[in-house]
Design a binder for this molecule. Structure first.
Ligand code: SF4
Length: 368
């Protein structure tokens, strides 16, 4: 069995780590690229959201490398994600790709539905070993998030353009290469040292902008056209409303691990504007705006793929949330036709607006 799964940013580091902990052979698709998107868009329904197209491209490219089993998460809606795995599998079958599909989704009637699916991947490995593998994958995701968080602070202050990107890639490689718990601890320390070695100007004025929106587009740099990197180069310190390890703790561990940021705060803050689940992360997007306003962020950027239903619902509410919390919000919608240069122009204009607003606020406060 040669297992593959689609990319979503650095998710591959923890899923690959988890599977290899169980001695399962993993075939990683190449990092998402123009070819991936072209392949996916060619064979997907035109109005499918972009993550489906990129997933499909990833799976075609993984099959070319010999993968024979797809492991994917599933869901029960209300957005299209609940059908992703089945649709992608059908398209691949029609195209002649031979894949077994294992969908890990909440059981309809009994927990054994889920455990039997897990068994298709793990074989006869003991549940104790499976739990250790999950813990190991989670710790990898935490290590990845730690160095990414450092990159958000360092990039807008770096003295040599591109140094943060180089250091981050090196730190992630260390974490990816770690083969057991002990090595992972050392890799995390080493990764942080690599990040701390980037020369910075700590007195450079920066502004803080948060990214919120649909999880795939937030986490996958190819889908968001490297928005974090572009903002960093505009002297913006970025935060993201979703990190992988937080998502795992909230959704898979039911918030059991304490002291980790949770999206529950977003759901509470969304209540005056939207008080029910709308699929995906639409509710969290709405609620993240008041939270970031309270934390003193200069602005928020909502990012989502064209035709994403939950985020369209959120977008329609955001003008009210933005006005009520006195924080500018910009929306960027991504699809296969979105150009990087156009996006950078919009980012520059937004950052310019935020800087003027901050300076004006400063002048007005001083005039009082
Ligand atoms: S959240 Fe949006 S982009 Fe993701 S599957 Fe649902 S509709 Fe598509």
């Amino acid at each position: 069995m040669k297992v593959t799964f689609p990319h979503m940013g650095n998710l591959y580091i923890c899923v690959k780590g988890m599977l290899e902990f169980l001695d399962i052979e993993v075939i990683l698709p190449p990092a998402s690229s123009k070819r991936t998107l072209t392949l996916g868009a060619k064979y997907s329904p035109e109005f499918a959201c972009m993550p489906l197209k990129l997933n499909l491209g990833n799976l075609i490219e993984a099959s070319e490398l010999g993968a024979d089993t797809i492991m994917m998460a599933g869901g029960c809606g209300p957005c299209r994600f609940g059908y992703y795995a089945q649709i992608e599998h059908s398209i691949l079958q029609d195209l002649g790709y031979k894949y077994n599909l294992v969908v890990l989704e909440p059981p309809e009637k009994h927990i054994t539905e889920l455990t039997s699916r897990v068994r298709q991947i793990t074989g006869k490995k003991s549940w104790w070993k499976v739990i250790q593998a999950i813990k190991y994958g989670y710790l990898k995701s935490r290590a990845v998030d730690e160095v990414e968080l450092m990159s958000f602070k360092i990039r807008p202050r770096e003295l040599v353009t591109g140094e943060t990107d180089r250091a981050l890639a090196e730190a992630l490689k260390e974490i990816d290469r770690a083969g057991n718990m002990q090595e992972l601890k050392l890799a995390e320390v080493r990764g942080k040292e690599i990040m701390n070695d980037v020369a910075v100007d700590s007195r450079r004025p920066v502004i803080k902008v948060a990214l919120t929106g649909e999880i795939f587009t937030l986490l996958e740099p190819f889908a968001n056209l490297n928005i974090e990197r572009h903002l960093g180069r505009l002297a913006v310190e970025v935060d993201r409303s979703i990190y992988l390890s937080e998502w795992i703790n909230d959704h898979l561990f039911m918030g059991l691990l304490k002291g980790i940021r949770s999206t529950k705060e977003y759901c509470r803050s969304a209540a005056p504007y939207l008080n029910h689940f709308v699929g995906g992360h639409g509710l969290e997007t709405v609620g993240s705006i008041p939270v970031y306003a309270r934390q003193g962020y200069a602005g928020v950027i909502q990012v989502f793929p064209f035709t994403c239903m939950p985020e369209i619902v959120a977008e329609s509410i955001l003008p009210k949330v933005s006005a009520a919390n006195d924080i500018p919000v910009m929306t960027l919608i991504m699809d296969e036709h979105t150009g990087e240069a156009g996006m950078v122009t919009r980012l520059e204009a937004f950052v310019d607006l935020l800087e003027r607003r901050q300076n004006r606020g400063y002048t007005m406060k001083n005039a009082k």
